[in-house]
Ligand binder design. Sequence first.
Ligand code: G16
Length: 542
Amino acid sequence: MIETVSTTPYQDQKPGTSGLRKKVPVFAQPNYAENFIQSVFDCLSGFEGKTLVIGGDGRYYNDVVIQKAIRMAAANGFGRVLVGQNGILSTPAASHIIRKYEAFGGIILSASHNPGGPEEDFGIKYNASNGGPAPEHLTDAIFERTKTIETYKTVQAPDIDLSKTGNYDTAGMAVEVIDPVSDYAALMETLFDFDAIRDLFASGFSITFDAMSAVTGPYATEIIERRLGAPAGTVLNGTPLPDFGHHHPDPNLVHARHLYDAVMGANPPDFAAASDGDGDRNLILGAGIFVTPSDSVAMLAANAHLAPGYAKGLAGIARSMPTSGAADRVAGKLGIGIFETPTGWKFFGNLLDAGKVTICGEESAGTGSDHVREKDGLWAVLLWLNILAARREPLKQIVEKHWAEYGRNYYSRHDYEAIDTGIANGLMDGLREKLPGLAGTEVNGMKIETADDFTYHDPVDGSTSSHQGVRILFEGGSRIVYRLSGTGTSGATLRVYIERYEPDPALHGIDTQEALADLIAAADEIAQIAKLTGRDAPTVIT
Ligand code: G16
């Protein structure tokens, strides 16, 4: 029996860069999750009788919202739900399942790299039939709907037992609890040379992968240990936990410091990697080297032909605007297209669907390809392993050779987390006001060539997205970019992206912060960060 339940709207359900993200106590308010899910359904049409994929990263509150979503899908007229066993689906795996089973769309429950637990973060995101995050016009419509919603639909039905795979039924709608790993692992086998990677491991190549007690544990254990034969114990923290073992599942140099220390210490592993809460981000390290995400997309693109899935070459490369220009140089040499999009994987969807690009990457530790419509942490790890297996050179050497060939883009991101939202908005507004007068002026001895607020014109659907980040471009190609994060859950996070291109190999061995010191000082001078925020240093430097 379908029930129509009265509700009152909330006014704070604006989806951010990657869906609606709030603290668990916010989501636990009466009808909060229901209002958002119904608003999503209200903005879709033609899904009657079709399939909906549901899964998440296993964080606290996933189990509660999954059962709600199943009942609401039944009441709203979906014909079938595919849900991961124990509610688990990594974000890239969910994208693949949507595409493989030609589902109408999917609901992914995750707050990505943010912590989990009763007082921590939670999120709901809708992905469309191409497997990618809902485009901006849809998330805007969903937000509008949340402001006026008065009822939602559900059914009276018992919870589905998610602990076992199998076929179930909720008020007449089919529910299949599926193995979250097997389809994804099979896809990886079509892209990469598993025999070569197995041989590499058998040769004594040592690797460690930290799943950070988050969703990639089961995927990495199946693929890296079972199918590729790495020794048991290669995957650290391989069991997804609702609170990620009290850790912050963000694979950066702060939260995965132990891996950095390991590769920089005595007897380093040949390769170390990590992935985040929902499995779409990656950290890549090798003995004596950290590969920045911006470098990673460039180097993966330059070497992708070594993997069977990309042997035919690439159609093009896309990177988010704040990501360094390293990939542009690779695209230039390969003679393929390069696209600069706003931050957010959703902006790559049209380019991938139109066949204009094969590989995409973002400075925020995301890399991926046209195999799914999300960034994919384990995919990046496997492509690197395939390249290492084919080239049989240390990772550090591959990186240094790349710099020698293309030049090095020194790059760093400085984050100022949890600053007052009013202050953060004021800082950005102040910057925008200054923009028209900046070109031609000098800061810290460096001449500003152009300064603007990035506007993207989607070459596929013609849509325009403005206010996507303030860019200050200096003579010689150095760059500072400022934007506010769209994924934080408390206050505002100011991100400052700093980049300098160095063609001379003799100058490729400088410490990154040192190499960027003049620009870092200029970044503060232009935006008055210390003065306006009262912070004398960033919270996180990557
Ligand atoms: C999300 C998007 C990414 C984007 C990132 C930016 O990542 O999926 O495409 O680069 O947000 O975050 P921010 O707006 O904080 O800079 P995730 O991993 O949180 O889904």
